[in-house]
Ligand binder design. Structure first.
Ligand SMILES: Cc1cc2nc3c(=O)[nH]c(=O)nc-3n(C[C@H](O)[C@H](O)[C@H](O)COP(=O)(O)OP(=O)(O)OC[C@H]3O[C@@H](n4cnc5c(N)ncnc54)[C@H](O)[C@@H]3O)c2cc1C
Length: 422
């Protein structure tokens, strides 16, 4: 590698590409280092991105690979063959579906166009330390120096771990996401879901789909494909998992909820990726050291709102704030100057939403959410709607559906918990 840069950015994901773009456009000499063959080649996500923060981080969305603007949201509670679905149709066009590989490639392209040097197929092993501060990176036998390093390596954060700055991840920290992308006819998508040409659907579901384990599923409509997948929290999975997660996704594809949409489709892609389970637990004790700023998933900035994940927008936004902090530091990259990044993050929508939704992980650890409540809800609606002659009064249907599953005081306490944490 040999050269010297003002800033080295580790990882050309949303966080790293945004940091590199925002620094390069201000005239910094930036190296954006990516282990994949091209930016995005190692990336995977569910399918929907909130647009506004991205627009701010990249000065508009220009030629971003937007597939469909989400106008329809569905939430299903599943109990084996039965499910209850709530649907919302709006016109907000606040988020869009896309392939993260293409979106990341576009983001890194913005950084390169602004003047950053993209170096691919290089794995950063650890940080280069000199006189107690970060002075660059080490990859194999090579060292590359810079005044300041932005760590945007994503959830595994092995560089930080190998450099002794964070503890090793445990099963408590992460969940596993598995996804299939299924090619289908563009017109069929619009017909099936009542969508216009560039309109999309975001659908999440929970319950027996995860075999009663903490987690859930997602389904997004892309331009001419569907993304279908599951996220399982690994903490619960070790003891409780009865089947391979791939088999669980397959069962979803051929099961009652989705089979009719995908039966004429062709699986184009299969992928798996870690996702932070409890961002509070994954967050390093601090996000700045002398000569170093940590962004995106590596900084624990993913937000699980309970009904949707947001990690791409928060990562890109944190990259932009890291660039601002570096610019403001004016050549003094000590931790005390870079602390401004932590302050800006805390005062931004990212910091506020992380705080607001910090309890969602604890909710997910309640096994009744994935077992008893889906059974109760479907049992109740089955009694209310499925009869030959005589119908049920609600109170009788409810008490029968609840029997043997969960007590009334327990329901009250769980509802209170949901109310407080969501
Ligand atoms: C199953 C699943 C579903 C999700 N759904 C959504 C969703 O619908 N919406 C949403 O907004 N978010 C979603 N997310 C979260 C989102 O994908 C992440 O929060 C986001 O990608 C984080 O961006 P990042 O730049 O911090 O890290 P990443 O996207 O992980 O990028 C890190 C980059 O660094 C590179 N890298 C890593 N280590 C090294 C190294 N040592 N040397 C060089 N390069 C390195 C990687 O190859 C990668 O390109 C989902 C995630 C998963 C797993």
């Amino acid at each position: 590698m040999g050269d010297r840069f003002d800033v080295i950015v580790i990882g050309a994901g949303p966080a790293g590409s945004s940091a590199a773009y925002n620094l390069a456009k201000k005239g910094f000499r930036v190296a954006l280092i990516e282990r994949g063959r091209k930016p995005g080649s190692k990336n995977m996500f569910g399918g929907r991105v909130y647009a506004k923060p991205l627009e701010e981080a990249f000065d508009g969305l220009g030629k971003a690979p937007i597939h469909r603007w989400v106008v329809k949201e569905r939430l299903s509670i599943v109990n084996k063959e039965e499910y209850v679905t709530v649907e919302y149709t709006g016109r907000g066009r606040k988020s869009f579906t896309t392939y993260l590989t293409d979106l990341t490639d576009w983001m890194a392209g913005r950084a390169v166009d602004a003047g950053a040097t993209l170096i691919t197929e290089v794995v950063v092993d650890r940080l280069l330390m000199r006189d107690g501060r970060v002075a660059g990176i080490v990859s194999g036998d090579d060292e590359l120096e810079a005044d300041v390093v932005v760590d945007a390596e994503g959830v595994n954060r092995l560089v930080l771990e190998r450099s002794g700055l964070v503890e090793r991840l445990t099963l408590r920290h992460v969940a596993l996401g598995v996804k299939e992308v299924i090619k289908v006819d563009k017109g069929d998508i619009e017909k099936f879901f009542g969508l216009g040409e560039d309109e999309g659907l975001a659908w999440v579901f929970m319950g027996s789909v995860s075999d009663g384990l903490p987690g859930g599923g997602f389904f997004y409509t892309n331009r001419d494909s569907l993304s279908l997948g599951l996220v399982i929290y690994l903490e619960g999975a070790v003891q409780g998992m009865r089947r391979h997660i791939y088999d669980m996704v397959e069962e979803l594809r051929i099961g009652p909820l989705f089979s009719r949409y995908v039966e004429n489709g062709r699986i184009m892609e299969y992928s798996a990726h870690m996702i932070p389970a409890d961002p509070r637990a994954i967050r390093p004790p601090r996000l700045v050291w002398d000569g170093l700023i940590v962004t995106g998933d590596a900084a624990g900035l993913l937000i699980n709102m309970g009904y949707t994940y947001r990690g791409v927008d928060t990562a890109a936004y944190s990259g932009m704030l890291a660039a601002k902090a570096i610019e403001e530091a004016d050549g003094d990259y000590s931790a005390s100057r870079l602390k401004r990044y932590e302050e800006m993050l805390r005062n931004s929508y990212v910091g506020r939403d992380l705080e607001k939704f910090r309890g969602v992980h604890d909710l997910y650890m309640n096994p009744r959410l994935f077992n008893e409540y889906p059974a109760l809800l479907t049992g109740l609606l089955r009694r209310l709607y499925e009869f030959d002659y005589e119908g049920y009064k609600f109170s009788k249907a409810f008490s029968e559906a609840r029997r043997g599953l969960v007590s009334l005081p327990r329901i009250f306490l769980d509802l209170l918990e949901v109310y407080r944490k969501l």
